[in-house]
Design a protein around this ligand. Structure first.
Ligand code: DON
Length: 319
């Protein structure tokens, strides 16, 4: 059942609703093991029920398939780093890469240690340090970066209701000691130009956005479409940038588990501690999965399993 066809890129050869239903059954059968831990270092995240599971696929032909809790909004957290990177590359161009690298860090997403030796240049835009520099770029470029990001998210997802979760926002603002330390540390090297509080406000805002799996799968469709959002035909970013964002997602999107993720899933992906993961099959589709319990690297445990099953059943890994 569901063995990959010869040409996996031809979606007419896949029973995508059937594949999603099989994955949901397999994932729900694993709930009993109670593996993984729902993030609680942001106190408001701790109350999300661990048995939530949703998954959505958005194809370049404009079809959307979903299963389970795919319409239930959750805190997107670090998934937002993909969208802010897209906007910042647009704003700053390749000069952005002088302020943030594109190597995997091999360290936890909220680590401070490399910054001291590397003079405040974060290893990549997806660790917290890198995302703070990206937020700084947006602050320098936009009069109202929150409004710009919100408009981008609403337009990309096609959901005008996307907004900030006040409780998560307040909770993270109160307890974001590491991010506050990171932002100040980077500023001490001169790699943050704006007021640290303004950078943190924007960063906490992006992390506190609430979206569901369908919204998120749609929101990264331009990365499957070589920078173009199918349906509207809007060019969101250049082919080159979309290719490179996918490359950085592949190597850095799941932090110090990126090697394992490439090995088991084989897709550019970005996780968030709310339990969501977005992934891209270039030229074919984008997808999002949500399951709150995390592994020790901060990636959704069953979300990674679901994506592994997806690429095994469809043959749609990039390798
Ligand atoms: O800054 C933090 O720690 C969170 N707002 C986001 C971290 C996150 O989602 C890491 N992803 N797996």
């Amino acid at each position: 059942m569901h063995s990959p066809p010869q040409n996996p890129h031809d979606l007419s050869r896949h029973d995508l609703p059937g594949i999603l239903a099989t994955i949901e059954d397999e994932v729900r059968a694993r709930f009993d093991a109670r593996e993984g831990k729902v993030a609680d270092y942001i106190p408001a995240l701790a109350s999300v029920p661990r048995e939530r599971f949703g998954m959505a696929i958005a194809t370049l032909d404009g079809d959307v398939y979903s299963v389970g809790d795919a319409q239930v909004p959750f805190s997107i957290q670090s998934i937002s780093k993909v969208h802010t990177l897209t906007l910042a590359l647009d704003a700053a161009g390749d000069a952005l890469w002088k302020r943030v690298g594109r190597e995997p860090s091999g360290d936890p997403f909220n680590s401070l240690v490399q910054l001291e030796h590397e003079c405040g240049i974060p290893r990549n835009p997806f660790i917290n340090a890198g995302a703070l520099v990206v937020a700084d770029v947006l602050l320098s470029h936009y009069d109202d970066p929150e409004a710009a990001l919100l408009a981008f998210m609403r337009e990309r997802s096609g959901n005008a209701e996307v907004g900030r979760d006040e409780e998560i926002w307040t909770s993270e603002r109160r307890s974001g000691y590491r991010n506050i330390a990171l932002a100040n540390f980077i500023r001490s090297f001169g790699n943050i130009e704006n007021e640290v509080d303004a950078v943190l406000d924007l960063y906490f805002f992006q992390c506190a956005l609430r979206m569901n799996c369908v919204d998120l799968a749609r929101s990264v469709r331009y990365l499957a479409g070589r920078g173009v959002c199918p349906g509207t035909g809007t060019r969101v970013t250049s082919i080159e940038r979309s290719t490179r964002i996918n490359a950085v997602m592949m190597t850095c999107g799941t932090y110090d588990a990126a090697g394992e993720f490439a090995f088991h899933v084989g897709l550019p992906a970005k996780s968030g501690v709310g339990g969501g993961i977005v992934a891209v099959v270039p030229n074919v589709l984008s997808l999002c999965v949500w399951s709150p319990p995390l592994d020790d690297k901060g990636n959704s445990l069953l979300g990674a399993y679901a994506l592994h099953r997806f690429t095994r059943m469809t043959g749609l890994s990039v390798f």
